[in-house]
Design a protein around this ligand. Structure first.
Ligand SMILES: *[C@@H]1O[C@H](CO)[C@@H](O)[C@H](O)[C@H]1NC(C)=O
Length: 283
């Protein structure tokens, strides 16, 4: 009997303790949580970025033809994504460069990402200690109207290079992607890069604004340039730089061997450059 009483007492004490711990937990939590979601108001994106200080990012790329640098390009991107907890999506089939748009659309439709980073396959991340999330944050901080920025693009010696570009995981971007596709259908000679350039109205000739000047103006306000060397540096072999005229140097974040065939007259110029710069990667 005495033994039974003692264990009942013990159980009762534990139950009271558990109740007490729960009670403290419950009474402490709701206040600040409710307050911070109130403070963030209706703005879902601003709210989620405040609650979640590290944005959810996916790196997307594609390769539809076997190259001599498949493992090099893939292992470089996967190890970078793993290091920083980013997702990565690679497609191995698709209709050429236009498939970029489908991949961006798919990533947006997953509704899991704050930002989507497109990288061409002929790129290497050459300083893995740099976080794309920091570049995004820095770009937003410098912008007078950060909430309006949904696309971060770069120029090279031409007004647009879409080898490395960043999109907000915002369903409104789907409208933009449709405009790009429409531009391509109406102008078969234009690449997806040409159409992005023209829809954001970088091209000064109004004839070249396929969606009309008003629409281009709207999308011009939604994008900002990132200096090329920050996310899309070209090596000295490919001297086609934006207005900062800066070739890739060791310690830079990304190298892109865009149009290597036009600059190096040899077999497999991209493979050659990928292997040449592999030794410069900082883990
Ligand atoms: C890599 O990037 C980090 C962050 O910007 C920088 O501090 C470091 O110096 C870079 N590494 C090299 C070897 O330049």
């Amino acid at each position: 009997m005495a033994r039974y009483d003692r264990s009942t007492l013990l159980l009762a004490t534990i139950a009271v303790l558990i109740f007490y711990i729960f009670y403290i937990h419950l009474s402490e939590r709701p206040g600040p949580v409710a307050q911070s979601s109130l403070k963030n108001g209706g703005k879902a994106s601003a709210g989620s970025s405040q609650r979640n200080p590290s944005p959810r990012i996916v790196i997307i790329t594609m390769n539809t033809q076997e190259t001599t640098y498949d493992i090099l390009s893939l292992s470089n991107k996967f190890s970078y994504a793993n290091k920083h907890g980013y997702d990565i999506q690679v497609d191995y089939e698709g209709s050429g460069p236009w498939h970029k748009l489908d991949m961006i659309e798919n990533a947006i439709n997953k509704q899991r990402y704050d930002w989507i980073w497109w990288m061409d396959f002929d790129t290497l991340i050459t300083n893995k200690t740099i976080q794309i999330a920091d570049i995004i944050e820095e770009t937003l901080e410098k912008h007078p109207n950060p909430n309006s920025v949904s696309m971060m693009l770069t120029a090279d010696c031409w007004p647009m290079n879409t080898g490395s570009m960043i999109y907000r995981g915002d369903p409104q971007i789907l409208e933009f992607l449709d405009l790009i596709r429409k531009c391509g259908k109406a102008n078969p000679e234009r690449s997806e890069q040409d159409c992005i350039r023209d829809v954001v109205g970088v091209n000064d000739d109004p004839q070249q604004h396929p969606a009309g000047a008003a629409v281009s103006k709207k999308w011009a306000q939604r994008f900002t340039y990132v200096p090329q060397y920050k996310i899309n540096a070209f090596p000295k072999e490919i001297d086609c730089y934006d207005k900062e005229s800066r070739a890739w140097v060791r310690g830079d974040f990304v190298i892109h061997f865009a149009g290597a065939w036009a600059y190096l007259h040899m077999d497999d110029p991209t493979g050659f450059l990928m292997r040449k710069y592999k030794g410069e990667i900082i883990d």
